[in-house]
Design a protein around this ligand. Structure first.
Ligand SMILES: [Zn+2]
Ligand SMILES: [Zn+2]
Ligand SMILES: [Zn+2]
Ligand SMILES: [Zn+2]
Ligand SMILES: [Zn+2]
Ligand SMILES: [Zn+2]
Length: 1790
């Protein structure tokens, strides 16, 4: 190729671009570059196979002109068939596009930052792994496939189908040349784009500097010798004023700025602002002269925005730069030819990393020679490169020599630039990074694509990149903090993620000695811009500027970035063994320089007087900074290092503390008052020291530690502890929320190990090394109790006033822990120590309460919960309890035997829970040992360290005389005030002291001080006091102990109390024990006898089950005539009465469970599966079972009815009078008791005094009419009265004050206007309307019964026999009430509010049955006729059974004729028919098929199949009939229960006794109906006259008449349920159907029909599925979504899904581990769906956020919350956030 021509083209392009449209420019540039890159078109067809020869011919020479172009540009015609792939052995590094899935795998990835893109993810690599998927927000994040540091070797999917690689070697040199020209041009041009840099911008506004737009612009012509010999001339008469975007101003401010400059219409201002926001800049004024523009510039810049004046050439060049970068992105992401994109990437990587780049025309220093001073500093923070020299001003190393004292100097005195950074790589990439901030917003967004993807896909390049990046890190970081106006766009974030999570790169940073490049500048920036000099301490402390403006926010963000960077390089998982470099002398010094900013920072000062006015939430600083800082200290200190380095490190720290200024009082104590002076919770250097001492064992440092009083160090820690406890007891109440939150963080499990435990450890170190007496006195001093101790203040006159007891309690606990808990000193391996600690932590966490797995993990902290053996340890210590409901979780409980190992005071326990914990311990220990609770004395648990020196010295302070005196004083106060606040803990402390002495000196030892100071006297006083039993018994125990240890004790007691007294005390003790013993023995004997007796009784009851049942029911019968059956109003608390309406709340909703036998064979098969058998075999390939989509059925076997309105209720009752007041005008009413939302009030009448039930004789009367049509046409004259007499209390009718109009009103309001899509008659006149109402209620009663029956089938095996008991009692009450209402509505129809006449509706009845209207199923018909006619239920049952048999057979045979294979989908035959039945059945089939015409049917072979299928199809009808008869015959025996007739009570066992459980014989018998064989035989032999007539008319008239409206539809005989789901959750996540690029990636699964739907299209799908309430599963997030309606507003509710971890917790993306389907949870959900309970569940949760409120998300339709799910898994504080952030469940809107 001819490089000069391309260069020329670029230089001359601006003159062509005036007034050109941007897309034309883009076209021209792309076309030219592809032309050049393909060796002047020579190889263009390799890249674009579709390009025509003409098109190539057009591209001749570089003389392209700008112009419009009508064809689609050739480079946009990508060849099809080939798809994305990347070469083997190289990382993919593809950037995820918005909405694409991002895959992570726990087993294959090294941590959760390792991700795969959709092209690389191969699901067969991850069978049985734990994969999670999140959705890309289009931000950073590139695929790590092929990176050996990210993933195990995988079979990348795109490689398995990769395209043939094309040989592009001929292209290489021209491509390389073109890319080089592009890169160099971009850098050369951007080199001059300096006007927006704040420092340069200021210079240009400063007249003394003499740097005008003209000068800058003139200078920036490209040198012709390097650019093809062409003159780059400026356009001197065309200048633009350009306004720039930044993140410190919003669009209104930008708009106002433009307005003040140039005015203009609102819409024009809007346009300009929009352009600034999207592109990053826009021209707001043009002029021939610069001076005119300067005036406007001054105006628009007043608000702080930046404007520049550039020539039109310069402006055009910036646009060219953008297009060049876009083109480079295009070739990097050249998806249609991966060989080409690979080649481009490797060329780019090489050119970018090539060292020693020279700009064609560097900016000369001379241009800025008028800048008075600090030019280098300005260059450094702006990325300004003068004379090709990179400014080296970063303070990266420590000036030598240095010493501890230097830690009290300012950073710029102590640190200096590194001389070797004068000679850095100077690669193109480094220029790019420094120049980045000069680019426009839209260009910046693209920039990282041209270097990240090419470079990081190769580990060697990545390492070179890391080195170059670190060389200029000081400058880049300073620019981010000070100069960058669009800091969020900075590619620094992305780059550091790539480099600092790569172990090779991180260890290289240590190896190249580049730690200082990070820590030095970071310390300096914090100190200079965001700190306050702490004069007392002698070093700076981080602060946040009071005014929270945008520039200080940017500074804060930059500092957070710096801290994150420091944290990453000290993260053991990346740094590995390199981290030991941190302890090297200079690095360690730098670390301390950094940490001092956080040593004692964020102090609190106690407020006096009024309460704080404005609550401050500044405690967040601890989440933003403290935690990370402390994690750094831990990470550095706990690596297994060489001791030498650590000794040096510790002595540096000790020297530092020695040199700190301190005020010492006359007694040699440090003067400090926590309640007056500033105290902080964060002592980062103390934490660092503590970690080092713990890791290596404190005795290794004894010489250094005893060099100075250790109190100089530990006092800082002590102050924080005292502060924490002072806040805890409410002493800092006036400091408000901030103080209390900070203190809870200090003790919070997540923080405590870094804060409280560290501080505590150092106090213990102090107790070991310092003088014991002095230590104790200093403790008292710091706790501000010394004056009381020294008797200069009385206990009620200390600063604590009435909180003296509370603070003393905390102080005693502190002392107790100090001597007993030596876990920080354990002389075992670090591993073993951690393990022991884990054991304790887990036990103590669980001893407070049982916890869920996550809660427990959070509670024990990260270090412990990440132990490999955590789960093993847990199962050793705790018992697991599985969840069983829809919202609960699995729980872990401490095993009873483990309580004995615990202490009631522990560092791990919340000190305020002492009382509860002690009681729990006592209870469990007593239970476990089988002794009475009184006999349990809790003993202190002293954990010895195994280090003799430590064990000997740590308790010294409690062996002093001063301590004995302290005990004495405390006991005295407690006795004087009779206050027990701290007494139990104090006694426990005394106990511990005795135990420690025992451990050191043996059983018999007693300290002299206990003899000399009469502590025993006081203890005895307590024993004889009226204090609580635990206190008394503990004191008693201690007195015993003391007496037994030293004989002088008893003498002292006698001296004090007199001999008589002591004798009687001793006697009382023994006597009392004997009495107690007797009592106990007596009680034990009694218990034994009772137990025996109970066993006997059980046995007796079992043997006499029936008789006892009779006995029980007799008992109850006696009662129920009184008020036992009366219900109580949940609103007023009064019982119901017959003088006014009482009722229950109910809802009408649409059930969609009335399925029919489907049309396709596969689904027919599922319908004919026995209920206790598995329907689907699911696996990784088939994740979901078959669904049901009835609305897709088309044939005559479909009656288009599978939904129906049904009633549901919570069963809670109330007076209508009470209900009507609050419910007025509301369409929905929430039950005050259970919060379920209802829309109906169903009157419910008291049952007759006998308990009610319709007489069985009444139900089995012979037919009145003999013919089907006569029955249909008859109206009732006596039925309603019979029903009322059987089910309604006689007082309603007999009592004189009963006025049925009261009831009529309620009935009209609630039952006569139910919206229904079924109109039975046109409904013009009143009679028709009333008929419609009655018919409607009948059908709804029938549907409600059916819905309940269908729901029971879900129980499988049990459902066959026990279905009556499976129907919930509220449903029974509801149905019975509805039946009462239906009867009353007819019987009382003459009421003016109802029909207003006695007319029997016979005309309407007849016209309805003659119309073409078909009811859904035979049961509905039977039930309707039951209310309508005077026929008995038995008659109607016979009618129904015959009709059903006829229709069923007809339907089966028709289906067989349509599809001979149909029979194979029917129920599998397992038993044979008796010959006689078989023959009759064959005759019947022939009879039924006769009207169908002449067909060859092999009846013989079909007979058994069809017989058993028919039987199964009749099952639902008979069950429904049984439910109905049971409802109207059972007796109301108490408020909510009914007693069935014996035959129904026994039905269960009758069914079980049958050979086949699905046999319908028992059902027909209980109903008094003929059995199926009897019926068939009766029909064939014509013995059953009534039935034969029915058969005849159904065949001859009914089937033809209703053929088209679906009379042949068959009720679904199988289990109706939501689709089955696969057991293993991972299979759902990697399900291939869920991530096809064409249909979108994020799918939800309809649980009814099984189809996959776009996530945002849920409610749209409802109409396809033809349901009103939709239920979906969101596989990726394991959520269930319910879409339902309240009135007409759709609401979406999401609840956690059915997949649970092995710990019984809901699987979430952020929760690791495998998960499987929890059958209880999914069953609970299924049942809610079947019982129409979903709505109640949803509403209940909306109305009572208290109960299960936080289990769900509620939102209104179709808002795009898609991206909000758990992204950002790289944040380790995930779990903590969940806890602290408020649940946002209150965003529910109507
Ligand atoms: Zn990939
Ligand atoms: Zn791949
Ligand atoms: Zn995997
Ligand atoms: Zn009431
Ligand atoms: Zn309720
Ligand atoms: Zn569906």
């Amino acid at each position: 190729m001819k490089p000069d021509l391309l260069k020329r083209f670029l230089v001359e392009l601006p003159s062509q671009m005036r007034a050109a449209h941007p897309t034309e420019v883009e076209y021209l540039i792309y076309r030219t570059l592809y032309y050049a890159a393909s060796d002047e078109g020579e190889h263009l067809s390799l890249l674009f196979p579709h390009i025509s020869d003409d098109e190539i011919a057009e591209l001749n020479g570089y003389s392209f002109e700008i112009g419009s172009y009508d064809k689609k540009p050739f480079y946009n015609v990508k060849s099809s068939g080939s798809s994305y792939s990347h070469p083997k052995g190289k990382a993919c590094a593809r950037r995820m596009k918005k909405d694409e899935p991002i895959y992570r795998c726990e087993q294959c990835g090294y941590d959760d930052t390792c991700v795969l893109c959709v092209h690389c993810f191969n699901r067969y690599d991850h069978v049985d792994h734990n994969v999670s998927v999140s959705v890309s927000n289009g931000g950073s994040g590139i695929c790590d496939c092929g990176d050996p540091e990210a993933f195990k070797p995988l079979n990348c999917r795109c490689q398995s189908q990769s395209n043939p690689s094309i040989d592009l070697s001929e292209l290489e040199s021209s491509l390389s040349e073109t890319i080089k020209i592009c890169l160099d041009y971009i850098l050369d041009v951007t080199n001059f784009a300096i006007q927006t840099l704040p420092s340069v911008h200021d210079m240009m506004n400063d007249s003394r500097v003499n740097l005008s737009p003209e000068i800058v612009s003139e200078f920036s012509s490209l040198p012709s010798e390097l650019y093809g010999g062409v003159q780059d001339s400026n356009f001197k008469d065309e200048w633009f004023l350009v306004l720039w975007n930044d993140e410190r101003h919003n669009s209104t401010e930008a708009k106002n700025a433009i307005k003040s400059g140039i005015g203009g219409s609102e819409s024009k201002l809007e346009d300009l602002t929009h352009e600034i926001d999207s592109k990053g800049r826009c021209i707001i004024q043009e002029s021939k002269s610069v001076s005119r523009l300067i005036k406007t510039k001054d105006k628009v810049e007043r608000g702080g925005l930046i404007a520049t004046i550039v020539s039109s050439r310069d402006y055009a060049r910036d646009n060219i730069v953008e297009h060049l970068i876009s083109w480079l992105v295009d070739i990097v992401q050249f998806t249609s030819n991966s060989s080409f994109s690979e080649l481009s990437k490797s060329i780019l990587a090489e050119l970018l990393l090539e060292p020693g780049h020279q700009l064609s025309k560097p900016l000369p220093r001379s241009l800025f020679n008028r800048v008075a001073h600090g030019l280098d500093e300005l260059c450094f923070v702006s990325g300004l490169v003068l004379d090709n020299e990179f400014p080296n001003m970063g303070l990266c190393e420590v000036k030598r020599p240095f010493e501890a004292g230097d830690l009290e100097n300012r950073a710029n005195f102590v640190l200096q630039p590194k001389s070797d950074l004068n000679f850095i790589s100077k690669s193109r990439l480094q220029y790019f990074l420094l120049f980045e901030i000069r680019l426009t917003k839209s260009t910046r967004r693209k920039l990282s694509s041209i270097f990240l993807q090419p470079i990081v896909s190769d580990l060697d390049n990545k390492a070179i990149f890391a080195n170059q990046f670190m060389e200029i890190f000081p400058s880049l970081f300073s620019m981010l903090a000070i100069t960058d106006r669009e800091e969020d766009l900075s590619s620094l974030h992305e780059v550091s993620v790539q480099i600092l999570t790569c172990p090779t790169c991180v260890s290289q940073i240590y190896h190249n000695n580049q730690i200082g490049n990070i820590l030095g500048p970071l310390s300096y920036i914090i100190e200079k811009y965001s700190s306050e000099w702490n004069d007392e301490a002698g070093f700076p402390n981080y602060i946040e500027p009071a005014r929270f403006d945008s520039s200080s926010l940017a500074m804060k963000k930059a500092i957070m970035f710096g801290v994150d960077t420091a944290k990453k390089v000290t993260d053991k998982s990346f740094a590995g063994s390199s981290i030991s470099g941190m302890l090297e002398k200079e690095n360690f010094f730098l670390l301390l320089m950094f940490l001092r900013n956080f040593q004692g920072y964020w102090p609190l000062i106690r407020k006096y007087g009024t309460h704080v006015e404005l609550e401050s939430y500044d405690f967040r600083v601890h989440l933003e900074f403290s935690l990370k800082i402390l994690e750094i200290t831990k990470s550095v200190a706990t690596y297994d290092l060489a001791l030498d380095d650590e000794v040096n490190a510790v002595s540096l720290i000790m020297d530092h503390f020695e040199l700190l200024p301190k005020q010492i009082d006359s007694k040699g104590r440090i003067t400090f008052r926590v309640s007056k002076d500033p105290v902080s919770f964060i002592n980062s250097i103390n934490s660092l020291l503590s970690y080092i001492l713990q890791a290596k064992g404190v005795t290794n440092f004894s010489t250094i530690l005893s060099k100075i009083p250790f109190i100089y160090v530990s006092d800082f820690s002590l102050r924080s502890i005292v502060l924490g406890f002072q806040i805890k007891i409410g002493f800092w109440i006036r400091n408000g929320v901030s103080a209390s939150r900070q203190s809870s963080l200090y003790f919070d499990p997540v923080f405590a190990d870094h804060t409280y435990v560290r501080d505590f450890h150092l106090c213990q170190v102090g107790a070991i090394y310092d003088n014991p007496q002095e230590t104790l006195l200093n403790f008292l001093h710091r706790w501000e109790l010394l004056k009381w101790y020294e008797n200069s203040e009385s206990h009620d006159k200390t600063i604590y006033e009435d909180r003296f007891n509370s603070i003393s309690e905390k102080f005693i606990i502190f002392l107790y822990n100090l001597i007993t808990d030596r876990s920080c000193f354990l002389k075992t391996s670090a591993e073993e120590r951690l393990f022991q600690q884990a054991r304790l932590r887990i036990s103590y966490s669980l001893c407070e309460e049982p916890r869920s797995y996550s809660d427990l993990r959070r509670h024990v902290g990260d270090e412990i919960n990440s132990l490999e053996k955590f789960d093993d340890l847990l199962s050793e210590l705790a018992e697991y309890q599985e969840p069983t409901g829809l919202t609960d979780t699995g729980l872990y409980r401490l095993r009873a035997s483990k309580y004995e190992d615990l202490d009631s005071i522990s560092l791990f326990l919340d000190s305020s829970k002492y009382q509860e914990v002690s009681e729990t311990l006592i209870k469990n220990i007593a239970k476990n040992k089988g002794i009475p609770e009184d006999g349990v004395i809790l003993t202190p648990k002293i954990s010895t360290s195994g280090d003799e020196f430590v064990d000997k010295n740590i308790g010294q302070l409690v062996k002093s005389k001063e301590f004995a005196k302290l005990i004495y004083k405390y006991l005295q106060v407690a006795i004087d005030t009779s206050d027990e606040t701290y007494l139990p803990q104090l006694l426990h402390l005394i106990h511990a002291v005795l135990k420690d002495d025992e451990l050191l000196f043996g059983e018999k030892y007693l300290s002299e001080h206990f003899v000399n100071i009469s502590i025993t006297d006081l203890l005895l006083t307590i024993v004889e006091s009226t204090m609580s039993k635990y206190v008394v018994s503990k004191a008693d125990y201690l007195v015993d102990q003391l007496i037994s240890k030293d004989s002088r004790i008893i003498e002292n007691l006698i001296d004090s109390f007199g001999e008589e007294h002591i004798k009687s005390y001793k006697r009382k003790k023994t006597v009392e024990t004997e009495v107690e013993k007797k009592k106990r023995l007596a009680e034990e004997r009694k218990a034994k006898i009772m137990k025996k007796f109970a066993k006997k009784r059980d046995k007796f009851l079992q043997q006499n089950l029936e008789s006892s049942a009779i006995h029980d029911s007799l008992n109850e019968k006696e009662e129920h005539s009184s008020s036992a059956t009366l219900r109580t109003c949940v609103l007023c608390g009064e019982t119901e009465a017959t003088n006014g309406p009482f009722g229950i709340l109910a809802s009408v909703s649409e059930a969609a469970t009335f399925w029919k036998v489907p049309e396709d064979r596969n689904r027919v098969k599922i319908g004919f599966t026995r209920w206790n058998e598995k329907k689907n075999d699911l696996s990784m390939e088939k994740v979901y079972g078959e669904g049901f989509n009835y609305s897709s059925f088309q044939s005559e076997f479909n009656n288009k009815m599978f939904r129906g309105n049904v009633f549901t209720t919570c069963g809670h009752g109330m007076h209508y009078a009470c209900y009507s007041r609050p419910s007025q005008e509301l369409s929905h009413f929430a039950c005050p008791l259970c919060h379920n939302l209802h829309n109906k009030f169903i009157p419910s009448f008291i049952s007759p005094s006998t308990g009610g039930g319709i007489d069985i004789a009444e139900l089995s009367k012979a037919p009145i009419n003999n013919k089907y049509n006569q029955i249909l046409a008859s109206s009732s004259s006596s039925k309603s009265r019979n029903i009322i007499e059987g089910l309604v209390h006689e007082d309603y009718i007999h009592s004189p004050d009963t006025d049925f109009t009261k009831f009529a009103r309620v009935l009209v309001d609630n039952l006569t206007n139910i919206a229904s899509d079924r109109r039975y008659l046109v409904g013009i006149n009143n009679n028709e309307k009333y008929f419609n109402n009655l018919q409607n209620i009948s059908v709804m009663i029938a549907d409600t019964i059916r819905m309940n029956e269908i729901a029971t089938r879900y129980e499988g095996e049990e459902a066959y026999s026990n279905f009556l008991k499976l129907i919930p009692n509220p449903s029974k009450i509801l149905l019975r009430s509805l039946i009462q209402c239906r009867a009353v509505m007819y019987e009382c129809r003459s009421s003016p509010l109802l029909l207003n006449s006695k007319y029997d509706l016979s005309f309407e009845v007849e016209s309805f049955w003659n119309s073409g209207n078909l009811l859904d199923g035979v049961f509905n018909e039977v039930l309707s006729l039951y209310f309508q006619t005077d026929e008995s239920l038995l008659t109607l049952g016979r009618l129904g059974m015959t009709k059903l048999l006829t229709v069923t057979l007809y339907s089966l045979i028709s289906r067989h004729l349509g599809d001979p294979g149909f029979q194979f989908s029917l129920l599998e035959v397992r038993s044979s028919l008796e010959d006689s039945t078989k023959n009759s059945f064959i005759s019947l089939m022939k009879l039924v098929s006769d009207p169908m015409g002449d067909w060859e049917i092999d009846y013989e072979s079909l007979a058994e199949k069809f017989y058993f299928a028919t039987e199964m199809l009749m099952l639902p009808f008979l069950r429904q009939l049984v439910i109905l008869e049971d409802l109207i015959t059972s007796e109301h025996i108490s408020e909510n229960t009914f007693q069935s007739l014996d035959k129904f009570e026994n039905l269960d066992s009758e069914i079980l006794l049958q050979e086949r459980i699905e046999d319908i014989t028992a059902l027909t018998k209980v109903l008094g109906l003929p059995t199926l064989p009897e019926l068939i035989d009766g029909l064939i032999s014509q013995r059953f006259d009534f039935e034969s007539k029915i058969l005849e008319i159904v065949l001859a008239a009914k089937i033809p008449k209703y053929f088209d409206v679906g009379i042949l539809a068959l009720e679904y005989p199988g289990v109706v349920s939501l689709i089955d789901m696969v057991k293993d959750y991972n299979a759902c996540v990697i399900d291939s159907n869920n991530s096809s690029p064409k249909a979108g990636y994020d799918k939800i699964v309809c649980l009814i029909c099984g189809s996959r739907v776009k996530r945002s299209k849920g409610s749209q799908h409802l109409s396809e599925c033809a349901v009103h309430t939709g239920v979906f599963f969101i596989p990726r997030l394991n959520l269930l979504r319910i879409i339902t309606h309240i009135d007409h507003s759709p609401i979406n509710v999401e609840i956690s899904g059915p997949y649970l971890t092995v710990h019984g917790e809901v699987k979430k993306i952020s929760k690791p581990g495998s998960a499987s389907l929890n059958k209880y949870r999914y069953a609970a959900f299924n049942k809610l769906w079947l019982n129409q309970g979903l709505r109640s569940f949803v509403t209940r949760n909306i109305f009572s956020s208290r109960s299960e409120g936080n289990v769900m998300n509620v939102f209104v339709e179709e808002d795009d919350r898609m991206d909000e799910d758990m992204e950002g898994m790289d944040e380790s504080s995930d779990e903590f956030d969940e806890e602290t952030l408020p649940e946002d469940i209150n965003n529910f809107l109507w």
